[in-house]
Design a binder for this molecule. Structure first.
Ligand SMILES: Nc1ncnc2c1ncn2[C@@H]1O[C@H](COP(=O)(O)OP(=O)(O)OP(=O)(O)O)[C@@H](O)[C@H]1O
Length: 545
């Protein structure tokens, strides 16, 4: 597959290394065969003394050491090579998923772990073995042409049967391996979803039903794995048979020449017989590697499909922009499977506050994500200070911009780290931030203060508390572009009022976009926009504006 090959050749230094190792290995194998033949010929045929033999014994020792060392280093390099390619693929996947996507988390994890891991055999076994097989049998056959051409011809004629068998078996394996991987990804996805929704399933009395469903996926996955193993076993048996027949044929011809026609001496005959198994072994190993590599093809197809799914990650440039810039959407449109959000044209002057209102599911969050440059519109664009977002410096954008989402993520670590988010704020600043978001009473109850573990596996926080931690992060960061998605949705009236006061502090200092339902949230906005069925229109301006 072109994609796999392209990735393979993106690591040129390893390819050169494999070629050098193969050359070294071929020399070691020929040196080993030569020294064995010389020792046996000297001892048993010529009855030579130790003085004649020892240089060959030394050559044999060197050849064996070189062979072992080369194989070990080649394996080491092959594993590094596979590791490096897998890292590249995982980076591509993560970059692809950096924007909101409809793929379930369980499936993403399965693809990142298992499907990418399936590529290992292709790079750690197939590619090095392919290079080895291109060079090693060729060098052996060329050498044998000078020693006993008939054997070389027999070996050349029998050789294609081995790859041919593997190609036929491989075609069969690919479809089965693809089925096996798809079943495994489905199994993982169902399992993770069940874990997430276990409580809900129990409440609805559906846990047993889901257990049976999971069991069914498990059985399908086991059956698919067994089919692949059966094919692998049958093909190995068949290849062993062909190899044995090939070596037998070479031995038979040599036997006739030596014993019946007496036209061949012991030394060249023994040399051919020592090298023939090495020749077939290399072809056999290629076959085995090819078979394993075919399994990777199925994974590659799934990965390529995944990477070709519509990608909405924006690309960036290097141009700096002024603080609190103006933002604009120009004919921006996102086409989801079921509906389109846009085309939207919207201008937000620098340091102005705008509010976006509208019914649930009509596209407010999508518009906010486009304005936050989290999602690139399928058509149209985001302008920062009138210039295309793609020319802006990403680093600066990340420093200037802050998005407080509906469901902020809290990391499984201390409260301090969740507030700092890589920044370096003093204890006084952290306390002030908590004060601003009305979390001081809650904080005073914590036995470990800022060192209290929160997030997954830590102290449970209510939806409103989580939202306020996210707002505290915003207050600490003091972004010049602030985007808020229903920041007071989970708060009581009194706390919401305090949060509105906090947001008000950003007015005319930062460019603020707020998606809201509450009247109080939009009261200070310079302009209000209404979203209806993915379309945006200017709403009534709040009193006094
Ligand atoms: N990743 C996605 N893939 C497919 N459809 C999506 C995706 N994200 C959102 N949608 C759909 O687009 C529509 C708008 O969603 P969006 O979250 O922008 O609406 P919203 O107005 O913010 O809703 P709410 O007020 O309930 O948060 C919805 O119908 C939603 O199902």
């Amino acid at each position: 597959m072109a994609w796999l090959r392209q990735l393979a050749f993106s690591e040129k230094k390893y390819i050169t290394l494999f070629m050098l190792f193969s050359l070294l290995l071929a020399s070691a194998i020929i040196g080993q065969a030569y020294s064995i033949v010389k020792i046996v010929d000297s001892v048993f045929i010529n009855k030579a003394s130790f003085e004649v033999i020892w240089p060959y014994a030394a050559l044999l020792a060197v050849a064996i050491c070189v062979r072992l060392a080369t194989q070990a280093f080649m394996q080491l390099a092959a594993n590094r090579y596979a590791g490096s390619v897998k890292t590249k693929v995982r980076q591509q996947l993560l970059a692809h998923w950096s924007t909101p996507s409809a793929k379930p988390a369980g499936e993403k994890i399965a693809i990142l772990q298992h499907t990418v891991q399936e590529l290992h055999a292709y790079y750690a076994q197939y590619i090095p073995q392919f290079i080895k097989t291109l060079m090693l049998p060729a060098i052996i056959v060329i050498t044998l042409f000078f020693v006993h051409p008939t054997s070389a011809v027999i070996m050349l004629i029998t050789a294609p049967f081995i790859p041919l068998t593997y190609i036929l078996v491989g075609i069969q394996t690919k479809a089965k391996a693809e089925q096996q991987l798809t079943k495994m990804n489905r199994f993982s996805s169902t399992f993770l979803e069940m874990l997430y929704g276990l409580q809900t399933l129990k409440l609805f009395g559906k846990a047993r039903e889901q257990e049976l469903k999971l069991n069914e996926h498990n059985k399908q996955f086991s059956a698919a794995t067994l089919t692949v193993l059966k094919i692998a076993f049958a093909s190995t048996l068949f290849i062993e048979l062909i190899t044995t027949l090939g070596i037998g044929l070479v031995a038979l011809e040599i036997g006739f020449r030596m014993i019946v026609f007496q036209t061949l001496a012991f030394a060249p005959a023994f040399f051919v017989l020592t090298l023939a198994p090495e020749y077939y072994q290399a072809l056999k190993e290629l076959g085995a590697a090819f078979h394993t590599g075919r399994g990777s093809l199925a994974a590659a197809e799934i990965l390529q499909e995944t990477l070709h799914e519509p990608k909405r990650a924006p690309t960036w440039g290097t141009e700096a922009f002024s603080e609190a810039p103006s933002l604009a959407l120009k004919d921006a449109l996102i086409q989801y499977e079921q509906q389109a959000i846009g085309p939207i044209t919207l201008m937000i002057p620098a340091k102005q506050t705008i509010a976006i209102v509208g019914p649930s599911g009509h596209g407010k969050t999508t518009i906010l994500h486009m304005l936050a440059a989290l999602m690139k519109p399928d058509t149209g664009q985001l302008l920062i200070n009138g210039k295309p977002q793609s020319t802006a410096d990403e680093q600066q954008w990340r420093q200037e911009m802050m998005l407080v989402s509906q469901k902020p993520y809290l990391f499984a670590t201390t409260l301090r780290e969740n507030l700092q988010m890589g920044g370096n704020y003093s204890e006084k600043q952290l306390l002030e931030a908590l004060q601003q978001v009305q979390l001081m009473t809650w904080f005073k109850q914590l036995a470990n203060g800022f060192d209290t573990k929160i997030g997954e596996g830590g102290l449970g926080l209510s939806g409103g508390e989580q939202q306020r931690i996210a707002l505290a992060r915003a207050w600490l960061k003091q972004p010049s572009i602030l985007l808020l998605d229903e920041p007071t949705a989970a708060l009581d009236v009194q706390t919401a009022e305090a949060v509105h006061q906090l947001i008000k502090q950003f007015h005319h200092r930062s460019t603020v976009i707020i998606v809201a339902h509450r009247h109080e949230s939009i009261a200070h906005a310079d302009a209000i926009y209404e979203v209806q069925n993915g379309q945006l229109k200017r709403g009534e301006t709040p009193c006094g504006k």
